[in-house]
Ligand binder design. Structure first.
Ligand code: SAM
Length: 232
């Protein structure tokens, strides 16, 4: 999978070199291209923003600079790309969205800053047939920029690609899997720690009973902490 990320702070994306995702990049499973938006600015100050029409605080990112940058990465030879705008006003990014995006050959993340990107940019690319466009929020809070949100989405998406995670079984019993529940509590050695014991059932070796206990725990935990996942 090729992933282009456009940002005014390309150094923010350096964690992509680390851990399992960095290794998958090294193996050629992932192909990251991080771009500096200012490379497409046309004045000598490399300006990418301007004051908002209608007044108000802050600066808005210019559509002409974003248009040049996105046209350039959209011309890559991979299959039809998915263009993602991280934004707090987007649809909520979920595990289902990660699963859908993990099927793609080419993702492009357009990381906003300041008061965000001129709204015509997303509207323009939504009207184009050579790209599919999504605006995603990673949660109901506001970050300073789209880079951290892009890192969150990239990690959630790419760990689903075969070969990125060593043991694919790890992906089966997880929170937010196809059953939509939170994962049951997990334990390891030592069996006793600071007066706290591992639940007896997990030491029994009875796999059917362990599976039933875990399913019950997952249901109870979800009902307690995230009842919205059960009712939705
Ligand atoms: N003025 C915008 C608003 O109120 O909706 C917030 C702009 S925010 C300060 C700057 C950039 O951070 C956004 O363009 C977006 O790329 C990113 N961002 C902030 N919060 C986010 C979130 N919850 N999810 C995804 N991206 C976010």
């Amino acid at each position: 999978m090729r992933i282009d990320i456009i940002s005014v702070f390309p150094d923010y994306l350096s964690p992509l070199n680390l851990s399992l995702i960095g290794k998958a990049w090294g193996k050629g499973l992932l192909d990251f291209r991080v771009h500096d938006l200012r490379d497409w600015a046309t004045d000598r100050h490399k300006t990418v923003d301007d004051t908002p029409y209608g007044g108000g605080a802050g600066m808005v990112m210019r559509p002409d600079v974003w248009g040049s940058a996105l046209d350039s990465v959209l011309n890559a030879p991979q299959g039809p790309p998915q263009l993602i705008f991280p934004t707090p006003s987007g649809h909520l990014f979920t595990q289902r969205a990660a699963e859908q995006l993990a099927q793609s050959e080419h993702l492009i993340f357009a990381c906003g800053r300041y008061e965000g990107i001129d709204s015509r940019v997303a509207d323009h690319y939504k009207s184009q047939s050579n790209v599919s466009v999504q605006e995603y929020s990673i949660g109901d809070y506001v970050l300073n920029g789209g880079e951290v949100a892009a890192l969150v989405m990239i990690e959630a998406i790419t760990r689903l690609i075969p070969g990125v995670i060593g043991n694919p079984e790890s992906l089966v019993e997880e929170s937010h899997n196809s059953e939509g529940l939170l994962e049951y509590p997990v334990f390891t050695k030592p069996a006793q720690w600071r007066g706290l014991e591992v639940p007896e059932i997990l030491l029994s070796g009875n796999h059917a009973k362990i599976a039933a206990w875990r399913a019950a725990q997952a249901g109870a935990l979800t009902a307690q902490r995230r009842p919205d996942l059960i009712t939705n």
